[in-house]
Ligand binder design. Structure first.
Ligand code: SF4
Ligand code: SF4
Length: 399
């Protein structure tokens, strides 16, 4: 049987620039598929992905769930006799996938290239600055106001008791950014599911109901993601779970606290204006916020050190894709905790500047979340759900 191969050269070029420059060294020995602790017997990886990537078969790779099932443990890279670094090649393909499925495309492409870093920081910095100017709150409060209200009058104060000016400005900045991130993640994940489904080549006419999809595939996949089950199967890079787990728990904690803040200030605050002020230190949610911020810094610090060590020991070239998210999360943690400590220490001017930097870093995280490494949380969970689906009776395996 003959097969026409039309390599996508721009795709190969992207892989090389994103850490997959060792791709050509692969000579198909399959050691990587044998040592990979996460590869299944029925659908072994990453050898087949190395062949497809060498041939520039972009279309096959963007619909391949195994790319997302890889947890970048590095076992295959450690044992590859040719130094082809299959783990890094798969990481580069994932970076391509997040850009490919990203919506809107312009933002996805902007966030995928290190040359755009000044713009990636400049856009959110300008948005917060303009809003700060428009709000009329761009001045230091009196010491009394700062002690009593902290940053809750950062965007100023008005006498409209039902909705504080600060809550109003925070909402008009962050709610659209969060909505865009959610919509983009949904759009990207559903397009990827469709593409993976095309690759099944099944002629089955049966589809799971929405209920079945959630209970049998999605929920078990979410549980696996949260419990880090597959990370624990990794060999050489098992230490990565030590950073990954506190980081994930910190994000869950911060999500709970943000939701609590939204309900307290944006919803209940409309009826009880006293809830608009600073959340007291003894409030359990405040405690959770502080613990989560510390866990965030510890988790990302461990990942930072791990990556730096790995690059040094194995001679891996640092990539924007790997470092952008690490830097971004570190900035969120350090500026958030820093602003809080400076507020408690009454260093008002510096605290205000650090709080501004915190808002910028959080907006960056929201805006670029669906296109950076962060996106693996969504795409990998969807791929794990798909893995369960492709093994189910709904897929005609004889097709
Ligand atoms: S990537 Fe390395 S281990 Fe895997 S097939 Fe190629 S040469 Fe062999
Ligand atoms: S990096 Fe780890 S999980 Fe990914 S393909 Fe290699 S061995 Fe498998």
């Amino acid at each position: 049987m003959t097969m026409n191969v039309n390599p996508d050269l721009s795709f190969i070029k992207f892989l090389k620039s994103a850490g997959g420059d060792t791709l050509k060294k692969c000579y198909q020995c399959a050691t990587c598929s044998v040592v990979c602790p996460l590869s299944s017997d029925k659908k072994p990886f990453p050898r087949k992905e190395m062949v497809w990537a060498q041939w520039g078969l972009k279309d096959k790779l963007i619909g391949d769930p195994d790319i997302l099932l890889c947890h970048q443990c590095g076992d295959c890279t450690a044992y590859c006799p040719r130094g082809a670094k299959p783990g890094d090649v798969l990481g580069a393909i994932r970076a391509y996938i997040y850009t490919y499925y990203g919506f809107p495309q312009g933002l996805a492409k902007l966030a995928s290239n290190g040359k755009n870093l000044p713009l990636l920081i400049g856009i959110p910095a300008a948005v917060i600055l303009i809003m700060w100017l428009i709000s009329g709150g761009m001045h230091l409060p009196t010491e009394e106001v700062f002690t009593k209200y902290g940053f809750s009058q950062f965007f100023g104060h008005w006498d409209f008791r039902w909705l504080s000016k600060n809550v109003f400005f925070i909402d008009i900045i962050f709610l659209p950014a969060a909505a865009l991130a959610l919509f983009s993640a949904y759009k990207g994940a559903s397009a990827m599911w469709q593409k993976m489904n095309e690759g099944l080549n099944s002629d089955s006419n049966f589809r799971p109901s929405c209920n079945q999809f959630v209970l049998d595939y999605l929920w078990p996949a979410i549980k696996e993601t949260v419990l880090h089950k597959r990370f624990n199967e990794c060999g050489v890079n098992i230490d990565r779970v030590k950073g990954h787990l506190p980081l994930l728990l910190a994000f869950i904690g911060l999500f709970i606290v943000t939701t609590y803040g939204f309900i307290r200030k944006d919803l209940l605050g409309v009826f009880i204006p006293a809830l608009h002020g600073v959340i007291p230190q003894y409030d359990p949610f405040k405690l959770l916020a502080n613990v989560s911020a510390i866990a965030l810094i510890i988790g990302i610090g461990i990942l930072w050190a791990n990556r730096a060590n790995m690059e040094e020991k194995k001679g891996i070239v640092p990539t924007f894709y790997d470092w952008f998210l690490i830097g971004e999360i570190m900035a969120v943690g350090v500026t958030g905790l820093g602003a809080e400590l400076l507020r408690l220490a009454d260093f008002m001017t510096v605290a205000y500047v650090v709080y501004y930097a915190h808002l910028v870093s959080v907006l960056m995280l929201f805006l670029y979340m669906p296109y950076t490494k962060f996106a693996h949380l969504v795409y990998r969970t969807v791929a794990m759900a798909f893995e369960k689906y492709r093994e189910s009776g709904f897929v005609n395996k004889g097709a």
